[in-house]
Ligand binder design. Sequence first.
Ligand code: NAP
Length: 332
Amino acid sequence: MEFRHLGRSGLMVSEISYGNWITHGSQVEEDAAFSCVRAALDAGITTFDTADVYAGTRAEDVLGRALEGQRREGLEIFTKVYWPTGPGRNDRGLSRKHIMESINGSLRRLRTDYVDLYQAHRYDYSTPLEETMEAFADVVHSGKAHYIGVSEWKASQIREAHALARELRIPLVSSQPQYSMLWRVIESEVIPTSEELGIGQIVWSPMAQGVLSGKYLPGQPPPAGSRATDEKSGAGFIAKWLTDDVLTRVQRLRPLADQAGLSMAQLAIAWVLQNPNVSSAIVGASRPEQVHDNVKAAGVKLDADLLKAIDEIVEPVTERDPARTESPAERP
Ligand SMILES: NC(=O)c1ccc[n+]([C@@H]2O[C@H](COP(=O)([O-])OP(=O)(O)OC[C@H]3O[C@@H](n4cnc5c(N)ncnc54)[C@H](OP(=O)(O)O)[C@@H]3O)[C@@H](O)[C@H]2O)c1
């Protein structure tokens, strides 16, 4: 495994982190979840990403138990707050009340005294940013989180939060956006702003939820056991990528991966890691063999000709509009 600084902070994270959205507590049985975490640890992954909302809070519980007994100082555990964790109107968003309650729930489920990074899962237009940042400052100053991050925030929102964080003397060090060959909406605004402010990207769905692994074939039913067959939740999220145009173009990447001596999954993960503002690629897995495959993307350099050839294939189906970095207009 290779390691990078999280933005301009002193915290180091593994280039590939392990995330448990959709899988733990939902799509996969507990023994598969535990085997994936074991495979990640064995491969040198030290950074783990989850959220209070995943699988209705069960994902944090599974991850907490899977990591139990590990040396805490050897891990970076990240979680998030914003999406609903209960039926009440205050069980969501970035109010002081919900942040204070949610961090305590996350720590209990994760079986730890602190998280390394606490992230605002979306921007909350119903709470003054000052209230949110002051609550985050109290979370940091009480030792429950070491660093603060945001997820899917626009460049202007990141800039405003960063200024408040400086005033409050807390480290806002990361942004967690969707980023892959097919989804490049952060390139024009979020990345330049983040570079200027010393913020690193921890990117999600680097494989477009498995699509860039090449296993979904145009005109064919999805492979058994894949996310696209998970009617409980995964199928709805991945559907937007399962068009013939996208899947046909993804198949055209296969010879490029072969030529580079990489699996398609490795090519997709290595691609996001070519951007120096990316601190880590958060990769999901439903079985340990996928972790074994994916971790080999760490440290891989892709040459300029290969990057150009990839661009030529995927450009017509790539989203670049910075306005697609968005949070709900109202609290969900
Ligand atoms: N901040 C946010 O709003 C946000 C949103 C989404 C995700 N995230 C974070 O990002 C993490 C990763 O997201 P993601 O799971 O969508 O990422 P991803 O890495 O693009 O997709 C992972 C999925 O692809 C399939 N896969 C993985 N490796 C494979 C391989 N080598 N060959 C074939 N298939 C493979 C697996 O699904 P199947 O085996 O089931 O097909 C796996 O669960 C999440 O766990 C979460 O921590 C954050």
